[in-house]
Design a protein around this ligand. Structure first.
Ligand code: SAH
Length: 392
């Protein structure tokens, strides 16, 4: 193809041969001096063998791979990518009578680093995390239209919040196709949630907790439940709908609590108190009050540098919860920090249990659902991990 070439140093081809989709700048032996951020490039080994096609970005991850097959990156390429992602979700029946929200495209897991598309009952929300993807948005948009057909009402670009500052200044959020009229409500396992992708946070709705919320329901009948970092109240709705005697939702943001309260009402659920407070402060002076506690904090570590502090924060949080949970209580505890891998997380939880002298049993190890696919070639993609613990 006629794309600028990047030649790797000797022996640096192995990671691409194992289908890991990143090329670090240190692996590059030779490249065009004028390469622009976002430009499509082909990567070759030192022996001049074609390895992969990707887009260039000046940082420490210099190229993100979007194809291991030498082909033009054109409308047909994007059609194939989007079709494959949609077909996969259709085969798995992820959109069905009870659920009309899912992640339609999950970055590396679906073969394009930096491309996230969420599907909210007919509305596709696109988030480009890198300039290379953003430059392709017209092709991506056409592909979504063509693949989804009647299943599509609108496409909204929300990339201004996910691109780096330097790039986001050049973009504005807005509809690329169609429109949204009135309020949007989606259904997840039969439960209703209000979605405001235009004014809502960067992550409008945490689609990745769908299966874990469903599991929570199994343990909540007649129980006193505490859902911390509750945001839209996903876990609270499932707990209350499953017959919890009472649910408390805690989030530091008042607007999150308002949204949580709204979603409880939307599902005709009572027995709920929304509390706008820092979770750490809330937990400090409670004792023996809850049968079931959910800890689903935001990513405490966003980079390797903050890993140590993050681990300490996970430990502190879990110690607080384990100290106050009732005897034979059930704790759902999560981490969505990519840099804290599951084994480090499990060890952190163990050390929290040891510190408060409570015996635990692991009922479940949890992860992300299939619309956030993990491939063995890219283990970094497995970011969500959780444990369900029986606390004696
Ligand atoms: N569990 C949620 C997702 C959590 S997102 C779900 O299932 O959808 C993280 C949430 O934590 C955000 O709403 C944010 O406002 C809240 N948050 C961040 N720091 C907090 C803190 N220290 N105490 C309470 N809430 C906090």
């Amino acid at each position: 193809m006629n794309y600028p070439q990047i030649i790797l140093g000797k022996g640096k081809e192995f990671s691409l041969q194992r289908r890991h989709p990143w090329v670090f700048s240190g692996a590059i032996a030779k490249k065009d001096a004028n390469l622009q951020d976002g430009e499509t490039v082909e990567v070759f080994s030192n022996k001049n063998e074609y390895l992969a096609t990707g887009y260039y970005a000046g940082g420490s991850i210099a190229v993100r791979i979007i194809s291991f097959e030498q082909r033009p990156i054109d409308a047909g390429f994007w059609l194939d990518k989007i079709k494959k992602a949609w077909d996969y979700r259709s085969h798995l029946n992820l959109l069905n009578e009870t659920t009309n929200v899912c992640r339609l495209f999950f970055g590396e897991g679906d073969g394009v680093p930096g491309l996230i598309i969420d599907y909210y009952n007919g509305h596709a929300v696109l988030q480009a995390h890198s300039w290379g993807v953003y430059l392709q948005k017209d092709n991506i948009c056409e592909a979504i239209k063509s693949v989804l057909g009647n299943n599509l009402i609108s496409i909204y670009d929300k990339s201004a919040e996910t691109l780096s500052k330097h790039h986001s200044e050049k973009t504005t959020n807005g509809f690329l196709f169609g429109n949204l009229e009135g309020d949007l409500v989606v259904k997840e396992n039969g439960h209703l949630f209000k979605i405001d992708f235009i004014n809502g946070q960067k992550t409008v709705f945490f689609i990745d907790q769908r299966n874990n919320r469903q599991l929570l329901g199994q343990y909540c009948k007649g129980k006193q439940v505490l859902n911390t970092f509750s945001y839209t109240g996903g876990f609270s709705v499932y707990a209350a709908a499953a017959g919890a005697s009472h649910v408390d939702s805690v989030d530091v943001s008042q607007s999150a609590i308002d949204l949580c309260n709204h979603n409880m009402t939307l599902n005709n659920l009572g027995n709920h108190t929304g509390i706008a407070l820092d979770t750490f402060d809330f937990l400090k002076d409670k004792k023996d009050q809850y049968d079931v506690i959910v800890l689903d904090p935001p990513a405490f570590a966003k980079s390797r540098d903050s890993k140590h502090n993050a681990v300490q924060a996970y430990k502190r949080l879990n110690v607080l919860a384990m100290k106050l949970i009732k005897k034979n209580g059930i704790l759902f505890t999560f981490s969505c920090s990519g840099v804290v891998d599951k084994f480090l997380f499990y060890n952190t939880i163990t050390s929290a249990a040891l510190e408060c002298g409570r015996n635990i049993k692991v009922l479940h190890y949890l992860n992300q659902p299939p619309d956030h696919p993990v491939t063995p070639y890219f283990s970094e993609g497995e970011y969500l991990k959780g444990m369900v613990l029986w606390v004696e």
